[in-house]
Design a protein around this ligand. Structure first.
Ligand code: PMP
Length: 381
């Protein structure tokens, strides 16, 4: 049983079914014959579905290979194309590495980057951002919700502030899409990153919303596909899958979010009964699918291994960086000490989780924690 949806969502059967014919066919949207025309048509239908999910116009949507590429295109593409307007970017300390590393790259190319701190719940410091804005500020890039701790950011305020000051606003909505409402107008986003797998679509496909009138320099150069913004023959089957996943999400996410919020709250309430256990992230402004907790005296990794022996999959932090021994930069940004960050367990809920799964976890986890504490040299009763 998986509480590790963050590492990858299973692809919806309806999505797979829709993709299969396009995996067999070799239609290239750039070809002038009928197969090419059909491929172009389904590509545009998917673009309309993905755009509708975030209340955008299809002409504002560029398909990419996933959230990493979309974040790179948003940051590097916008910064390089508009550098005559300014060279200062504001982001936060808890962004995904696919935002932080492009910022580091831009810093080496002469840009200045300010990293907004977060409070102990992971909420970005809006007044820091306001005070950091200067003449040469070009872009603000803040995630909608955090993938590790689930904290939802106050983006409406930030978006309004960016508009008032004439600064462009990029939102990484990878973690929030399909879990809470993502609306480019309400968020006042000029650029917005989306990923297919997080809504039960295939991996390796995503999109970047680029508001009409905004100029972005392509990062991938070649045949000029996607209106010159993203060269490379389109991955038609995956894009079709992304479109179907977007349609399904639009219809289903409301009731599913309600169901998962109940499971999440039951899980948090049950886990926090364990002595010296603490919730990471915001108690209310949090994704319906996210439970991130820490336990004193033991390591998250050993809890994950213990749970795995009971047939339960979980993770210790950001799945993307869990191969390094460094504690997660998100958890340390909350002000947690290294040992506290290392004692964290991330449980992410999804479509196939049922009440019984949560009850099983709540039966297994306290015993696992107790057993690990007994052998921990740090634990003294
Ligand atoms: N941004 C956020 C918030 C993420 O959680 C992730 C990882 N799922 C990414 C970007 C990068 O996604 P991908 O590895 O699919 O490109």
């Amino acid at each position: 049983m998986s509480f590790d949806y963050i590492s990858g969502c299973p692809v919806d059967e309806r999505v797979i079914e829709a993709m299969v014919p396009y995996m067999r066919e070799g239609g290239n949207p750039s070809s002038v014959h009928s197969h090419g025309f059909k491929a172009k048509q389904v590509l545009e239908e998917s673009r309309a579905s993905v755009a509708a999910l975030v209340h955008a116009d299809p002409t504002e949507m560029v398909f990419t290979s996933g959230a990493t590429e979309s974040n790179n295109l948003a940051l590097i593409g916008y910064a390089l194309r508009n550098k005559e307007k300014g060279n200062h970017i504001i982001t936060s300390a808890v962004e995904h590495t696919s935002v932080i590393n492009p910022c580091k790259f831009l810093q080496k190319s002469g840009f200045e980057i300010s990293y907004a701190p977060v409070d102990s719940y992971g909420v970005v410091d809006v007044s820091f951002i306001e005070e950091s804005i200067r003449e040469n500020t070009l872009l603000i890039s803040i995630q909608h919700a955090n993938n590790e701790i689930g904290t939802i950011q106050p983006l409406e305020d930030l978006g309004k502030m960016a508009i008032d000051k004439g600064i462009r606003f990029h939102v990484d909505a990878t973690a929030s899409l399909g879990k809470i409402e993502v609306n480019v107008e309400e968020l006042n986003a000029d650029l917005l990153t989306l990923s297919s797998n997080d809504i039960y679509g295939p991996r390796g496909v995503g999109a970047l919303y680029i508001r009409k009138g905004i100029k972005v320099q392509p990062v991938l150069l070649g045949g000029g596909q996607e209106r010159g913004l993203r060269s490379g023959t389109e991955n038609v089957a995956s894009i079709v899958g992304f479109g179907v996943a977007a349609d399904n999400t639009q219809k289903e996410y409301g009731t599913e979010a309600e169901r998962l919020t109940k499971l999440r709250d039951r899980m948090i309430e049950g886990i926090l009964r364990i002595e010296e256990s603490y919730l990471n992230g915001h108690p209310e402004k949090r994704l319906p699918t996210n439970v991130n907790v820490r336990f004193s005296y033991i390591e998250g990794e050993s809890i994950v291994l213990s749970l795995d022996q009971e047939g339960i999959q979980a993770s210790t932090g950001s799945a993307c960086s869990s191969k390094t021994l460094q504690p997660s930069h998100v958890l340390t940004a909350l002000g947690l000490k290294h040992e506290e960050a290392h004692g964290s367990l991330l449980l992410t809920l999804g479509r196939h989780n049922k009440d019984e799964d949560v009850e099983k976890l709540l039966e297994v986890l306290p015993r696992a924690v107790e057993r690990l504490r007994m052998i921990s040299p740090l634990y003294r009763r």
